[in-house]
Design a protein around this ligand. Structure first.
Ligand SMILES: [Zn+2]
Length: 154
């Protein structure tokens, strides 16, 4: 018989925490849970400013890429809530370009080639984390601190 050991709550790798902090300071929520779209490893929903990363993505070794991809979509959604390209000039290899053509036909991506090209370009970039944080800081305003938890009002 195999004993069932309760799984520890999923956690993002330490290297990604600064990105999470940057997102949260700007009013985004990061959920380490399966996205509300079946079969998706990651999802960014502009309306609720929420990023989902399926924990299984980390088991598959693609969690970091998925997370950084969705974080770029979050940056694209600033400042208006409508996703717009960051304006990066992006070079991708033909395999990735083809992959983008494939995902543009699915519901849960954002339907614009430029948006996906930027998101894909950062995934494999050596400075991906710094680039994502810089984009978020450049585009997204800080939200007021201490929502809940730390209230001092009457
Ligand atoms: Zn995407």
């Amino acid at each position: 018989m195999i004993a069932t050991i309760p799984a520890p709550p999923p956690q993002l790798p330490a290297a990604l925490r600064p990105v999470v902090t940057t997102l949260e300071q700007r009013g985004f929520q990061v959920r380490l849970a399966p996205p509300p779209v079946r079969g998706a490893y990651g999802l960014f929903q502009a309306k609720t400013r929420t990023l989902w990363i399926a924990p299984v993505a980390f088991d598959l070794g693609i969690g970091r890429q998925v997370f950084l991809h969705e974080a770029i979509h979050a940056a694209q959604s600033c400042p208006t809530g409508v996703l717009r390209p960051l304006g990066w000039s992006v070079q991708l290899n033909p395999v990735v370009e083809q992959e983008i053509s494939g995902i543009l036909t699915t519901r849960y991506h954002h339907g614009k080639r430029e948006l996906e090209r930027e998101a894909f370009s950062v995934q494999g970039h050596p400075d991906a984390i710094a680039r994502v944080i810089a984009a978020l800081k450049q585009r997204c305003r800080l939200t007021a601190p201490s929502r809940g938890g730390n209230r001092t009002g009457p």
